[in-house]
Design a protein around this ligand. Structure first.
Ligand code: HEC
Ligand code: HEC
Ligand code: HEC
Ligand code: HEC
Ligand code: HEC
Length: 508
């Protein structure tokens, strides 16, 4: 660049920086207490080829930013206390320097050039070693530990179905290892994508790490080239594991630590897709990602994270006392992977409407079920998840009355509801002899799918005898088919999400 142009750019840069300084002074909400309006902080940002132009510069934890000029120079309002000044550019770690360093130079270091397969995964549990994520991110660790990703595997329902055990540890019910022994590696690619190196997939120390642990997700750098749904779990994702030192990929541009790098992919549904979409043994077992693509949320670009990692609004520091700074709580994602919990989300999204009309020949009940504010079909995930609409009529003495018309529930819903009026919303897998429900490792490719579609109401009408004095409608969510839950001894598998009761007023 010629000397003259450099001067011109320099002047333009100074004017721009001056305007920004002015803008920040006049933003009392953010910088009133931290910035000294009388002074300007000047610095310089470099990368491997010298001065770095057009780089976003901000104080750690602050939203306001400026861009470096053509010479890598920048100006910010002088903070009242020492803050880290941060910078980031694609392919680099987050660069930073304390605001009182002179000269104030931020060096952008390049990310490692390749993924090292010999990398040793970090045990996330607090105190396990010097870089355990839980040492510094205690609150995030607790959120994650309570989630399906973080729960230890030893006593899980996954273990019971995989090894074919019941809660007492005795052989009972469906079993992957007995019924499809060569399939276990397939499960591991999503359920245990980053093993600690011990040979046994289940029942060993490694499962204390949780199913999908911190270090795995925060080494994901992008999608792998395979087809979504066919390249599962770790095989559907590009990782970046360093040969030496550490590297953490995250959603923040300004997380001032040598190990950290920003990755926009962390806010993308594709990060979840590799495990939440899966054709397993030829059957479309998991289809949440493709359901999302087709949903109103997917069409308008609302990612999984927006609903499932929605900030709790309570966390203000991601690593208190370990270098973390106060941040806007509305910008810190939650690691429970549910907004509160699944039951609360189900209750918020499922709408039930019941209207009854009485005439001399009988009572008509009209029921509408709609799933709203959800990014996929309901239920989604494992095909065993099922949602049952149960509609019942009672006479004046409280005796149940059988419907004279309308749909009734199939035997797969279990003895409690079989034959009662209602509807089943589920993926119904069957085996080659037509038996249903069956585990997905014994199913054929064809199945019936009656699950709710987001935003589309499901209407049904039922007729009951004229003696009906009260009609009730309820929605029951179950994580597993009742026969399976019973053989395994699992408790608390049934949730009544919403229930409505209508008294019938006779109009003759
Ligand atoms: C299933 C993948 C996954 C796992 C497991 C996971 N994270 Fe995250 N984490 C994410 C994603 C995705 C984001 C970004 C979310 C966003 O900004 O919308 C994130 C964000 C973060 C952030 C930035 C601050 C915030 O919460 O927004 C920190 C720090 C973090 N994770 C630490 C951890 C730690 C510590 C663990 C383990 C205890 C962990 N993560 C486990 C996916 C994961
Ligand atoms: C010694 C303390 C310490 C340990 C150990 C640690 N972190 Fe962090 N981490 C931090 C600090 C400090 C920040 C930045 C906080 C801030 O800017 O407010 C951070 C930031 C992050 C971010 C955001 C990065 C970005 O650029 O978006 C993620 C994600 C994260 N850590 C994950 C992890 C994971 C996963 C582990 C374990 C493998 C881990 N951390 C271990 C202290 C630690
Ligand atoms: C490496 C694979 C993997 C990735 C990546 C992943 N998940 Fe998961 N997820 C799983 C597995 C496996 C389970 C079930 C674990 C269990 O129950 O034993 C699960 C469970 C869940 C659950 C709980 C379901 C329930 O019924 O309790 C939610 C919600 C979820 N994931 C959301 C997400 C979101 C959102 C993302 C992306 C930010 C994501 N997952 C990324 C593998 C993954
Ligand atoms: C618009 C908000 C929204 C978006 C976007 C969204 N979800 Fe959900 N998700 C919900 C709600 C609400 C529920 C609770 C209803 C239910 O369980 O089906 C839920 C439930 C789930 C469950 C639990 C299923 C079960 O029954 O075990 C999983 C797993 C899940 N979502 C994964 C994802 C993934 C992966 C994505 C992105 C591809 C995603 N979700 C996008 C709102 C959303
Ligand atoms: C493509 C990735 C993927 C593969 C491959 C996979 N799973 Fe899953 N699995 C998931 C996800 C994601 C969930 C969470 C969905 C939900 O909660 O509805 C899950 C949930 C489950 C659950 C429910 C756990 C609970 O506590 O409710 C069981 C059981 C299960 N899987 C068994 C298996 C078995 C056995 C295999 C191997 C034959 C397997 N899975 C292969 C991704 C996968």
């Amino acid at each position: 660049m010629s000397r003259n142009r450099r001067i011109v750019f320099g002047v333009v840069g100074l004017v721009a920086a001056g305007l920004l300084v002015f803008a920040i002074w006049h933003d009392p909400a953010h910088t009133g207490s931290t910035a000294d309006p009388a002074l300007v902080l000047r610095g310089h940002v470099t990368d491997e080829s010298g001065s770095a132009a057009g780089i976003r510069i901000r104080f750690q934890g602050h939203a306001e930013s400026t861009l470096s000029d053509a010479d890598g120079g920048f100006a910010l309002p002088m903070p009242k206390s020492v803050l880290n000044v941060t910078a980031w550019k694609p392919g680099h770690f987050v660069g930073f320097a304390p605001s009182d360093s002179r000269p104030l130079t931020i060096e952008l270091r390049k990310l490692p050039p390749f993924d090292d397969e010999n990398y040793q995964w970090v045990d996330p549990r607090p105190g396990a070693n010097s870089f355990s994520c839980g040492n510094c991110h205690e609150a995030i660790f607790d959120e994650w530990r309570g989630s399906a990703h973080g729960r230890p595997g030893e006593t899980s329902r996954f273990r019971d179905l995989f090894l074919g055990l019941d809660v007492q540890g005795k052989e009972n019910g469906w079993s992957l290892v007995r019924e499809h022994p060569d399939g276990s590696e397939v499960c591991a690619s999503c359920h245990n994508p980053a093993p600690s190196g011990q040979p046994n997939f289940l029942g060993t120390e490694e499962r204390h790490w949780g199913n999908v642990h911190c270090d795995f997700c925060h080494k994901i750098s992008g999608p792998a080239s395979g087809d979504i749904g066919l390249a599962h779990g770790r095989h559907g994702l590009e990782l970046l594991r360093p040969r030496e030192g550490q590297l953490i990929l995250g959603p923040l541009e300004d997380a001032a630590r040598r190990e950290n790098a920003f990755s926009p992919f962390q806010r993308d549904s594709r990060l979840c897709a590799s495990c939440h979409e899966g054709v397993v043994f030829g059957v479309s077992v998991y289809s949440t990602y493709s359901e999302w693509l087709a949903s109103p949320a997917g069409q308008s670009g609302i990612q999984c994270q927006a609903c499932h990692m929605k900030p709790t609004g309570k966390m203000t520091n991601i690593a208190p006392d370990h270098g973390g700074v106060e941040r806007n709580p509305a910008a810190i994602a939650n690691h429970r992977f549910f907004d509160t919990d699944q039951r609360t989300m189900l209750a918020r999204s499922l709408k039930l409407n019941l209207t009854c009309s009485a005439a001399s020949q009988g009572v008509r009940a009209s029921v509408t079920v709609t799933a709203e504010g959800v990014g996929h079909r309901v239920p989604t995930g494992l095909p065993d998840r099922n949602l049952v609409l149960v509609v019942e009529a009672f006479d004046a003495m409280g005796k149940p009355l059988k419907a004279v018309d309308g749909p009734s529930l199939p035997s797969s819903v279990g003895d409690e509801f079989h034959g009662i009026s209602g509807k089943l919303f589920a993926k119904m897998l069957r085996d080659s002899e037509g038996r249903s429900p069956v585990p997905f490792w014994q199913a054929t490719q064809e199945f019936t799918d009656t699950r709710l579609r987001p935003g589309i109401p499901e209407r049904s009408t039922f007729s009951f005898p004229a003696e009906a004095a009260k009609i009730s409608a309820k929605l029951v969510y179950r994580r597993f088919w009742p026969g399976v839950a019973k053989s395994k001894g699992w408790q608390d598998d049934t949730w009544i999400i919403v229930e409505m009761i209508e008294p019938i007023t006779k109009q003759d």
